[in-house]
Design a protein around this ligand. Structure first.
Ligand code: GDP
Ligand code: GDP
Length: 440
């Protein structure tokens, strides 16, 4: 999380995600011809001339409401100025400058971060005559690029790296780029992901709409809560009731998995009136396998009436999420805001668990108890003896047990050990990994 941050900003459709893909040399972000449907705001780690940095494509919100649209563009620019070490401002060399570009330029000029103006879609190299127009943005020499063909991106990156080195030398690089705890909001369409994101980010970045076929992107929002930074990743980029349902379901799932891959904490949002789907289970399992911390958010609690119904919903969900028993469950209403404050609490708790370290002496004191009071594992004459345990990893915590016969350890015993560990040490919200190594 401490790599310097390069943000690519610009209005929708100028080619930001394509440029980011090109730079990161990974076909990771979903590029889609349809405006706004499946474009995702994405993070990549890139490396150029030996300088590693995080590259963020600041996506964009696509919508009809002109005011909200402009507000979101402005917000994107402000966020970049606040968070990034270097900003690449991308404009469309074919369409030319419009009022949104001018507005973004104005904000960027006022900021104190280095800005590189890149003019995209100049697919034929050498046609610099098209460039003059862009000087009027007041951001110095424009850099011609073609994200599609890759022309000019090398020169642009050379310049990015020059500025990054300066930022790193000045000592500002790493700190400024701390994107904080990465929180992924996952769950099926309509569960209330965007509503929750709105509440967590004070409503500015994501826009919730009931209009059929509304398009929306997955969006990263940087927020500060009680002085600590967080990146909230809303994966709701998919729309209902459109002709492109299939695509959208698929991309939604892919997007959730990608968000999980870079998350510290995943919040699985469930519609409390509908319960859990197979897809929810799959996503939860994926998060568990990837080792990110997790909390279950039971949303729309305002619609579940009466203590009995509430207890029943909780029970059903607990049953189906046995494999992530460590994840705390919080019932909220993203609509009214009720208990949303508790979401912050569980995020902090889960993140603390995720990063926790337990001293070897504490672990071995615990192991002595397990040895004394625990059950014996044996096979024929062979008896499992646990000599020693130590923490060998974090995020999530990993513990290695040194034993005489690793082959005697089965799933049951592993679960038993994990439960004992959790009873003794506070690891709520995080998965743990147990390893067994041979030692005579
Ligand atoms: P974003 O909304 O800024 O992230 O833009 P996208 O990366 O989704 O690109 C928007 C559209 O512009 C897509 O249809 C791309 O194929 C197209 N595009 C992006 N870069 C180039 C380029 O260098 N040349 C041309 N001709 N088209 C491009
Ligand atoms: P997403 O697709 O997961 O992002 O879901 P949205 O945030 O767009 O919410 C889908 C619908 O459920 C919208 O009409 C919201 O107003 C509604 N909704 C979200 N949270 C709640 C809640 O806590 N209570 C109620 N009654 N409605 C909610």
């Amino acid at each position: 999380m401490s790599l310097p941050l390069v943000a690519v900003v610009g209005r929708p459709n100028v080619g930001k995600s394509m440029l980011v893909n090109r730079i990161a040399q990974a076909d990771e972000a979903i590029v889609h011809e349809m405006r706004g449907v499946t474009r995702d705001r994405s993070y990549h780690v890139a490396d150029w001339n030996g300088v590693k940095f995080t590259l963020v494509d600041t996506g964009g919100i696509e919508m009809g409401d002109e005011d909200a649209f402009q507000a979101s563009i402005r917000h994107q620019a402000f966020t970049a100025v606040a968070q990034a070490d270097v900003i690449v401002f991308l404009v469309d060399g074919r369409a030319g400058i419009n009022a949104d570009d001018e507005e973004v330029a104005r904000i960027l000029r006022k900021g104190d971060k280095p800005v590189l103006l890149a003019v995209n879609k100049l697919d034929t190299p050498g046609r610099v005559d098209e460039m003059w127009e862009f000087y009027q943005l007041g951001l110095g020499d424009p850099w011609p690029v073609s994200a599609i063909h890759g022309h000019g991106t090398g020169d642009l990156l050379d310049e990015v790296v020059v500025h990054l080195r300066a930022a790193i030398e000045a000592g500002s690089g790493a700190q400024v780029a701390d994107a904080g705890v990465n929180v992924a909001i996952i769950g099926r369409p309509n569960a209330g992901k965007s509503s929750l994101t709105n509440k967590l980010t004070d409503a500015e970045r994501s826009i919730v709409s009931d209009v059929a076929g509304t398009t929306r992107d997955a969006i990263d929002s940087f927020v500060t809560h009680e002085g600590r930074p967080y990146t909230i990743v809303d994966t709701a980029g998919l729309r209902r009731k459109s002709q492109i349902d299939e695509d959208v379901e698929y991309y939604g799932f892919v997007r959730a998995m990608r968000a999980i891959d870079r998350a510290d904490v995943a919040l699985l949002v469930i519609d409390g009136t509908l319960g859990l789907t197979d897809q929810d289970q799959r996503v939860a399992r994926f998060a568990a396998d990837r080792g990110c911390a997790m909390a279950i958010i039971l949303n729309k609690w305002d619609l579940v009436e009466g203590p009995e119904a509430k207890a029943e919903v909780r029970e059903r969900i607990a049953d189906r999420l046995m494999f992530v028993r460590y994840a705390p469950v919080v019932a909220i209403s993203a609509l009214t805001g009720k208990n949303v404050q508790r979401v912050w609490d569980v995020v902090d708790k889960a993140y603390a668990s995720f990063r926790s370290t337990i001293s070897t002496s504490q672990l071995n004191a615990w192991l002595a108890e397990v040895r004394e009071f625990g059950h014996t594992v044996s096979h024929g004459k062979a008896v499992l003896r646990m000599k020693y345990v130590t923490q060998t990893g974090t995020e999530p915590p990993e513990f290695t047990f040194f034993v005489n016969r690793p082959d005697l350890v089965d799933d049951n015993f592993e679960r038993y050990l994990e439960n004992r560990l959790r009873t003794r040490f506070d690891l709520e919200g995080t998965p743990v990994r147990l390893k067994f190594k041979k030692k005579d």
